[in-house]
Design a protein around this ligand. Sequence first.
Ligand code: NAP
Length: 477
Amino acid sequence: MSDPPVVRVAVIGSGPAGFYAAGHLLKASDERLEVDMLERLPTPWGLVRSGVAPDHPKIKSVTRVYEKTAAHPRFRYFGNVTFGEHVSRAEMLAHYHALVYATGSPADRALGIPGEALPGSHAATEFVGWYNGHPDYSDLEVDLLAAERAVVVGNGNVALDVARMLVLTSEELAPTDTANNALEVLAHSRVHEVAVLGRRGPAQAAFTNPELLELGELADADIIVDPEELERALELEDPTADTAAKRNVEILRSYAAREPAGHSKRIVLRFLVSPVALLAGEHGHLSAVEMVRNELVAGDGGSLRARATEEHETIAAGLVFRAIGYRGIPLPGVPFDERSAVIPNHGGRVLDPDSERPLPGEYVVGWIKRGPSGVIGTNKRDAQETVDAVLADLAPLLDGDAGAAGGTDASTVHMPQASDAETIEAMLRERQPQLVTYSGWEAIDRHERALGEAQGRPRVKLTRIEELLEVASLEEP
Ligand code: NAP
């Protein structure tokens, strides 16, 4: 009797959600389940490499967990392969029993105000990609040499990352893996004030406590909170405020009570203000931000929402970064809900938008499943829910009862036409001759770490696709 066939799952995307899904799948399954991971970039780890701020190395150490998954004998990594370009959804479904989409939310959300496209106005996603050496953003021009004040719109952790990166000293940045081109520009930055704008109040801010506390400990930047503005924004009690929100309020009150130490840079946290227009100066470059003052009013479900007043204020600024959240983008051929910018799903099973029934063989994890919220660890739980669904649907095959797959459970079991490891790899290599395997990534990793070691930094990132491929090719067969 021949051995039962191998059950193959492909994970599309190599960020935390993709790696947690791969890890859970390999842990829970027997010898017959194999996982392939496709990644658009030559390098893995998603936002851990290109989103987490360079001065947060501890957060990045989570990759050790993912490295263990990658070393698993039933795991393969195919980098530099774009789903929907090198290989279509239909082809993937013809080769795999299950596809798990883990592509995150790579786009930004727009404010929708006049002047948003002016030079000097950036999405935080671009700036974050730039200082983190993401190849898509290595040529971004951030005019830090002309601007004296930068405005960051949004009250989430990305806004704080951006604000902090703008005021860190060269000494604070030196031991980090900030991209070399960004290090150079940041070292000569003339920005000495960063205003962070919250449209609601301190009790509604999305900051997490450690990130807010960190602002008070910067080497050469004061943190400024106007006590009057703060208290005005706290007049209406927020019935939805949780422990973290209450702690944020305490921290902000302590900042408001502080005497500035006279540092050369400052972060000013503003509340109850929304930008309504970005204004151009003489040369058509951003020169000021017009804002409206808001008041808080009770919204649906008890939460407080911002309502614009008649009061306006204009502040000079040469740079604006909008940090008002990320947004998912559709994958070719895969259902997508434009309104929430996620793949429609029920507990991780992708839903047919017409029938609202699960599409056999298609699953989703992470931000493209639930939207761009939560910290890295949130994806571990989230991936478990999806993997439970995958394994439940594949149970007839994994239990060796292939007959059941053609029986009553057929609606949940997807049967590929052909599925062997070599055929899949050959197809992908034919489509993308510069495919990067995990050993290719390990060559990049070693190279970057060696460059960094000489400078007392964790790594010096290669920021161009050609450079990455060249180093990876040293290891490719
Ligand atoms: P976020 O936490 O959702 O914050 C988005 C902010 O933008 C909110 O303050 C929101 O205010 C505001 N906003 C939305 N639309 C706006 C508009 N039109 N005008 C003005 N403000 C607007 O998103 P994020 O900062 O992008 O972070 C994404 C996730 O990654 C979060 O879960 C975050 O904690 C996580 N993250 C964690 C770390 C870390 O742990 N160190 C670092 C970075 C990111 P409203 O509340 O009023 O809507």
